[in-house]
Design a protein around this ligand. Structure first.
Ligand SMILES: *[C@@H]1O[C@H](CO)[C@@H](O)[C@H](O)[C@H]1NC(C)=O
Ligand SMILES: *[C@@H]1O[C@H](CO)[C@@H](O)[C@H](O)[C@H]1NC(C)=O
Ligand SMILES: *[C@@H]1O[C@H](CO)[C@@H](O)[C@H](O)[C@H]1NC(C)=O
Ligand SMILES: *[C@@H]1O[C@H](CO)[C@@H](O)[C@H](O)[C@H]1NC(C)=O
Length: 394
């Protein structure tokens, strides 16, 4: 067979055999039975031996698969990819091609057009139709606790869809006044069985938020990710400092903000200190929600050994156990875990995660740790989860 006709065959195959599985099936059957494979996957009468045939088919199938993957890889962001390539393949109801949702995800308009074609198509599509759902779980905080990493890691789960940005619906009066439909509209498309998760770390410390969330759904699940309080305070300060430096503004030293110069005690008016008093905010939340509706994630552990923490969250959210070590690989250059959605797609968490903290005066650090100690004890007692703080400090 000449090169030209071979190319033609490849193109034909890719174009015509839209369902490569029948070809793959054909390859899988043992020699001698290939004649029984589905028509259309066989070429007749060109005098090739069975073995040559098999080799050729294998090559063609790999090419087709390769092109498909390339196509999907070019589609765009991971958020979209996740929808286009659900990791867990579910069998469609009889009579519905599994390719149908693929098209509908890519172009919202296309699916609308398709919907109008026939009523039976509409019925079929409705089974796959994506909807925007209110979150069934919210990561409410804490700032600098690792909320972004947690949400990113949870989105490895095929039953989880994440809002791509912080929505600030419940903590921002202007947004809240826009109503619940505005909030829902901000959510990503999802299948009905999937759960949508949002994160806005300011929720944890904003007084009005618990009551507002309660009004939306009183049985919602609430995730709180915390780090060793002094570490968190330094991290909080560092982020503000970087913002100031970007604008060429001066900013006080951490030690000056954290210690009240008049009393030489910890300055409890400083926000980075306040936010680290987790128990104070949690006790406010507990006036609205029972403690069972909260799950506390260890943010220090999530960074160095994420899987056990993610397993606990899966369990808390009643999700089937799915995320495995395969989905998380350590990138030594970054010193941080990256996410592997499947054998093609992976993503390293971007931004400030590897940020270097400024050196903190050891006596100030110790003063802070002593200050947080009683609050930490209270926090352990309420949540039933004990941390070895301040050991998390580096
Ligand atoms: C298709 O659906 C429309 C509206 O739902 C209905 O009025 C119409 O009778 C349906 N047509 C058929 C052929 O079922
Ligand atoms: C409220 O949240 C719970 C827990 O996630 C969920 O099972 C339930 O469907 C939600 N209710 C509504 C109306 O969204
Ligand atoms: C320290 O005391 C002085 C004088 O009483 C007062 O003006 C200043 O605001 C105090 N500083 C702080 C951080 O409380
Ligand atoms: C690891 O991180 C570095 C630096 O961010 C990046 O260039 C590289 O692609 C990452 N490697 C993998 C395998 O993700």
């Amino acid at each position: 067979m000449s090169n030209l006709s071979e190319t033609r065959v490849i193109v034909m195959l890719i174009l015509e055999h839209t369902e490569p599985s029948s070809c793959l099936h054909w390859i899988a059957v043992s020699q001698g039975r290939y004649e029984q494979a589905e028509e259309g996957c066989l070429m007749e009468g060109d005098g090739l031996s069975q073995q040559q045939w098999l080799r050729q088919r294998l090559l063609l199938a790999s090419l087709a698969l390769g092109s498909l993957l390339l196509l999907v890889a070019r589609v765009g962001t991971l958020d979209r990819l996740q929808l286009i390539c659900p990791i867990k393949v579910r069998m469609p109801p009889a009579g519905v091609s599994w390719e149908t949702p693929l098209h509908t995800f890519q172009h919202k308009h296309t699916h609308r057009l398709k919907l109008h074609r026939t009523n039976s198509t509409r019925q079929k599509l409705q089974m796959h139709l994506l909807i925007k759902q209110l979150p069934r779980a919210i990561i409410i905080g804490v700032r600098k606790g690792g909320t972004r990493a947690l949400l990113g890691m949870l989105s490895l789960h095929p039953d989880v869809v994440k809002a791509s940005q912080e929505i600030h619906f419940f903590d921002n009066d202007q947004n809240y006044a826009r109503g619940i439909d505005w909030y829902r509209e901000k959510m990503p498309f999802s299948f009905p069985h999937q759960i949508t998760i949002e994160k806005s770390p300011a929720y944890f410390i904003t007084e009005e938020v618990p009551e507002r969330i309660l009004k939306m759904n009183s049985s919602i699940k609430l995730l709180v990710i915390v780090r060793e309080p002094t570490t968190r305070a330094v991290s909080d300060y560092t982020q503000v400092l970087e913002g100031k430096e970007r604008k060429n503004k001066m900013y006080d030293k951490f030690e000056e903000l954290v210690i009240d110069t008049n009393t030489s005690e910890v300055n409890t008016k400083y926000k980075a200190v306040q936010t680290s008093i987790y128990t104070k905010y949690l006790e406010h939340w507990l006036k609205f929600f029972p403690v069972e509706q909260f799950h506390v994630v260890d943010g220090d552990r999530l960074i160095i050994d994420p899987l056990p923490e993610l397993k606990l969250v899966e369990h808390f959210l009643n999700l089937p156990s799915w995320i495995s070590q395969y989905n998380l690989y350590f990138n030594a250059t970054r010193g941080f875990f990256c996410l592997r959605y499947n054998f093609v797609f992976n993503k390293c968490l971007t931004g400030s995660k590897g940020r270097i903290h400024p050196g903190v005066d050891p006596s100030v650090k110790e003063k802070l740790q002593r200050f947080f100690h009683p609050f930490n004890q209270k926090f352990y007692q309420i949540t039933g989860r004990t941390f070895n703080w301040p050991r998390g400090f580096q």
